[in-house]
Every structure is written in C-alpha cells, then in structure tokens.
Design a protein around this ligand. Sequence first.
Ligand SMILES: Nc1nc2c(ncn2[C@@H]2O[C@H](COP(=O)(O)OP(=O)(O)O)[C@@H](O)[C@H]2O)c(=O)[nH]1
Ligand SMILES: [Mg+2]
Length: 193
Amino acid sequence: MNRTIELIKTIYEIKQLEDFDEPQIALAGRSNVGKSSLVNRLAGRKKLAKISSKPGKTRSLNYYRVNPDGYFLVDLPGYGYAKCSKTERDKWAKLIEAYISGNARLKAVAVLLDCRLSPQKIDLELTSYLGSLGIPIIPVLTKADKPKQRDRARLQNQWQDILQQDRAPVLFSSKTGMGESKLWEILTEYAAS
Ligand SMILES: Nc1nc2c(ncn2[C@@H]2O[C@H](COP(=O)(O)OP(=O)(O)O)[C@@H](O)[C@H]2O)c(=O)[nH]1
Ligand SMILES: [Mg+2]
C-alpha cells in the first residue's frame, strides 16, 4: 500500500495535549536511538522529522497522521538524555506520562531500543510502566544494519527474553530499510485492534 505520513501537530507542554478521536500508536525511545530516522523512513521522506547529530534536541511531541489508514503515530520526546537539567528531564517525563496515562485511543507503544546497547534501566522502566497500565509494546531494535549478520538473531533473542514478549522484536534499519514492511504490518494490526 502507498502510505503517506503527515505532521498534524507539534506540542511542547501538557496543556497543549489534545484528544484526537483516531487510534494512536506512540513511538518512544531514548534520545539518539534513531526515532526521527525511523519516522522519516516510514514516511519515505528524508526531512519530515528532524535528525540531529546532537542528542537531546527534540523536546516536542509530534502527531503524525498515517494516510490512508487514518491512525496517528505519535512521536514522544526522547528521554534519558544525561546532559540536561533535572528540571527539564522531569518536564519531559511528565509530558510523556500525561500523554500515555489518560489516553483511551492509545493502542500500543513502539519502544525503540538500540540493538547494540545492553538494556538500559530507563528503557526497562518504561516497558514495565506500560505493562502495568496494560498497554501493549512493540519492541523495535534500531540501527540493525550495524551488527554483523550472525549477531543479529542473537541480539533479537536476547531482547525478546529481557522484554518477555511473545513476539520477537523487529530488527529495523532506517539506513537499509530492514524491518520496514514487518513494522508496518504490526502497526496496522494494532491500529485496527
Ligand atoms: N547506521 C545507522 N544509523 C542510524 C540509524 N538510525 C539513526 N541513525 C543515526 O543515529 C543518530 C540519531 O538519529 P535520530 O534519528 O536523530 O535519533 P533520535 O534522537 O532518536 O530522533 C543520527 O546520527 C542517525 O544518522 C540506522 O538505522 N542505522
Ligand atoms: Mg529525534
């Protein structure tokens, strides 16, 4: 299917959160995990979401509509960037929490994890938080073009064990397109659930 992704709204503060009627799937991950690159890959456009070489730059929450399906992908602010103030980190955490907790239209959260890094505490905190709210997670292992072919399946199994999911995490590369059709399939399934 020929899909397009369109930026509908960008917000910076809790009071700007809006109740949309459409189903939503959020994208979450640590700063620099490759979230903007993934949005651009799915959009088939290089510059829809800003990619920065400096981590910690994206502070906004972005609503993208997937056409013609009609659901939203909601890009949450990247978390866990060490070099910003605690006040600022708390502000992001509160925004993410406000978005997630009161949202009846949220079908799942795609949690992006850098496949080369060992599990980080903050990622596991997010996945258990989502689990406690009964929100399904879609684990996506980013930058999967980087490990050698023979290491990929091992990393995938390792992450599946850690996250205790029925389904294997998606190996994804914005660079090569690996995992793109698989991810679309899963997003479509959850959006319709
Ligand atoms: N090799 C490789 N690099 C990637 C991939 N995705 C993102 N990157 C690089 O990782 C850095 C952070 O990417 P970005 O999308 O801005 O991450 P964000 O902070 O999570 O939005 C940039 O230098 C990207 O070029 C990928 O699939 N493969
Ligand atoms: Mg980004």
